[in-house]
Design a protein around this ligand. Structure first.
Ligand code: SF4
Length: 370
């Protein structure tokens, strides 16, 4: 395998091919492009929200979140003024919560520095939290038809096949940007970038690309070499780290449950959760829960029956949550390792934003109460 490919080494795209690629893609898009809620507007705020939600998340998952979000926070100003907890609640289940925190902070920046109007200058957009080059290009091309290229996962995959890229895409980013920019139709960047993403999402899919339906088949190097199923090349993956976690659903005498809010920084920052922690080597789940609760909240509990076991995979590790009912015995809980703690009734849990793995615990609680 070649180690990397720079823009200078990138094979050249002949002019006739570029013009055919542009026109065939735009013709295909006019007939078969997807009708998506954020494509019915040129409002940069709505397009920005959709671009951020679509990072790491599929279109069909995003649509209901997007529609609810635009009802809850219809403008930059509404988002800037919203409480962070309400923003996280609206994001609950989408994962990668830094995206929601960055949206909230960026909306406040737009209000403070740009009079509440989404900026149109690339540098100003790139200065907002959570917006990189491809997201900025996506927003500015879709909202203002600015001739800026994009390079999201779909576009990387299509380009890797079209050009028969012989290194993993992340080792050829400058070459990929070079191709994406060379291919962009500068007069119709608004449609072109959307069409490019649609081609990757619906035809040039990760598995079994539908080459016979593809408007770029004639120029596609991978198709002509018969290597489309082997591309893009992937990096060898290290096995995911697996963490075993003990989790406590702690009840008091008033039938309330103890929940805590994570610190604002880092993974799942600002979300609520059931307390617990990592099992040490040689430790039982019950001993781990007792120790973690003493260390994190400064209280004594009795660990009771198992409620459920939840497996969840994050981008760089996976967890198994071993969840037990527990009874509060003594001590006033203190937020030693978290930002805030609350005793709440089980029926009140859905008012708080929880990460997905904890939502499975809430569902198990609801089932066990039936
Ligand atoms: S011909 Fe096949 S591999 Fe090539 S761009 Fe089209 S769908 Fe992708």
């Amino acid at each position: 395998m070649r180690l990397s490919l720079s823009a200078d080494e990138a094979p050249h795209l002949p002019n006739f091919a570029v013009s055919e690629l542009r026109s065939s893609l735009l013709t295909w898009y006019a007939q078969l492009g997807r009708d998506l809620p954020w494509r019915r507007t040129r409002d940069p705020y709505a397009i920005w929200i959709s671009e951020i939600m679509l990072q790491q998340t599929q279109v069909k998952t995003v649509i209901p979140y997007f529609e609810r979000w635009m009802t809850l926070f219809p403008t930059v100003d509404a988002l800037a003024k919203a409480d962070l907890q309400a923003v996280l609640k609206a994001w609950e289940g989408l994962g990668y919560y830094a995206r929601a925190r960055n949206l909230h902070r960026a909306a406040q920046t737009i209000v403070e520095q740009h009079h509440g109007l989404f900026p149109q200058e690339l540098d100003a957009v790139l200065a907002l939290p959570g917006i990189g080059r491809t997201t900025a290009g996506g927003i500015l091309s879709a909202a203002f038809n600015q001739p800026l290229a994009i390079l999201d996962g779909n576009v990387k995959r299509v380009l890797a096949r079209l050009m028969a890229l012989d290194v993993p895409p992340n080792r050829a980013l400058s070459a990929l940007w070079h191709w994406s920019e060379a291919m962009l139709d500068p007069a119709r960047s608004h449609e072109f970038n959307q069409a490019f993403m649609d081609l990757g999402a619906t035809i040039c899919t990760p598995k079994k690309p539908a080459c016979l339906l593809c408007p770029w088949q004639r120029h596609c190097r991978a198709y002509n070499l018969g290597t489309q199923s082997e591309l893009p090349m992937s990096e060898p993956r290290a096995p995911l780290l697996h963490k075993i976690i003990g989790v406590a659903v702690i009840w008091n005498d008033r039938n309330q449950i103890l929940i805590d809010r994570r610190k604002p920084e880092g993974l799942l920052g600002g979300l609520w959760e059931f307390p617990g922690g990592k099992v040490e080597p040689g430790e039982t789940i019950e001993a781990c829960i007792k120790r973690e609760i003493q260390e994190e909240l400064g209280i004594e509990i009795e660990v009771g029956d198992r409620l459920t076991v939840v497996d969840h995979t994050y981008s760089h590790f996976r967890v198994t949550l071993n969840v037990h009912h527990c009874q509060h015995l003594s001590g006033d809980p203190q937020p030693i390792e978290c930002d805030e703690i609350r005793w709440v009734m089980a029926r009140e849990l859905d008012q708080y934003p929880f990460p997905k793995a904890n939502i499975h615990i809430i569902e198990a609680l609801q089932k066990s109460a039936v």
